[in-house]
Design a protein around this ligand. Structure first.
Ligand code: FEO
Length: 176
C-alpha cells in the first residue's frame, strides 16, 4: 500500500514534534544536572530517549508504507528553566499537546480511510495515556513534597525512584 501525501506530511510533522520533545527533555535533563539534581537528570534523559524512539517508529512506519520520512531541522529548546517544579509542569503541558497532535492524526487517518495508519497510531494513544498518567504522578508527588527547606532533595529522590520504576517496567516488557 502507499500512503497519501497528506497523511505522509502530517506524520512528518509528528516526527518533528517527537524530535523536539526529545531535545527539550534533553535540555531539561542537562539543566537539572547543573543544579545537582541527578535523579531528575536520569528521569529526563530516559524520557528524551523515549521521544527519540517515538520519532524513529514513524520513520520505520513511513518506510513500510512507501512514504518518505524527513529528518527534521529541530529548533533549539530553552537552556534555562525557572525551577524544577516549572520543568515538570512544562513536560506535562508538552505531553498534553502531543496527545492532541496524535488525536488529530487519527482524525485525518479516519478521513483518508487509512486503516493501516489508524492501527499504527493506536500504539501512540496508549503511550500518551501512560505518559500523561506518569507526569500527573510526578506533579502530585512534587505538590505533596511542597516547598520546605529540603524539598529539592526530596523531589530528586522521588524522581530517582520513579525513574528506576520506569526502567524496571521496561525491562519487564511493559511500557514505561
Ligand atoms: Fe512522544 Fe511523550 O510523546
Amino acid at each position: 500500500m502507499m500512503i497519501s501525501k497528506k497523511m505522509e506530511e502530517a506524520l512528518n510533522q509528528q516526527i518533528e514534534f517527537e524530535g523536539y520533545a526529545s531535545f527539550l527533555y534533553l535540555s531539561m535533563a542537562t539543566w537539572c544536572d547543573s543544579q545537582g539534581l541527578k535523579g531528575c537528570y536520569d528521569f529526563l534523559k530516559r524520557q528524551s530517549d523515549e521521544e527519540r524512539m517515538h520519532m524513529l517508529k514513524i520513520f520505520e512506519y513511513l518506510a513500510d508504507v512507501d512514504g518518505f520520512a524527513l529528518t527534521p531541522g529541530i529548533k533549539e529548546p530553552p537552556r534555562q528553566f525557572e525551577s524544577v517544579q516549572a520543568v515538570f509542569k512544562d513536560v506535562y503541558a508538552h505531553e498534553q499537546k502531543v496527545t492532541q497532535s496524535i488525536n488529530k492524526l487519527i482524525t485525518l487517518a479516519n478521513k483518508e480511510n487509512d486503516y493501516a495508519t489508524q492501527t499504527f497510531l493506536q500504539w501512540y494513544v496508549n503511550e500518551q495515556r501512560e505518559e500523561e498518567a506518569l507526569m500527573r504522578t510526578v506533579l502530585d508527588r512534587i505538590r505533596l513534597i511542597g516547598d520546605g527547606p529540603q524539598s529539592l532533595y526530596f523531589i530528586d529522590k522521588e524522581m530517582d525512584a520513579l525513574n528506576k520504576a520506569a526502567v524496571a517496567s521496561e525491562a519487564a516488557g511493559g511500557e514505561a
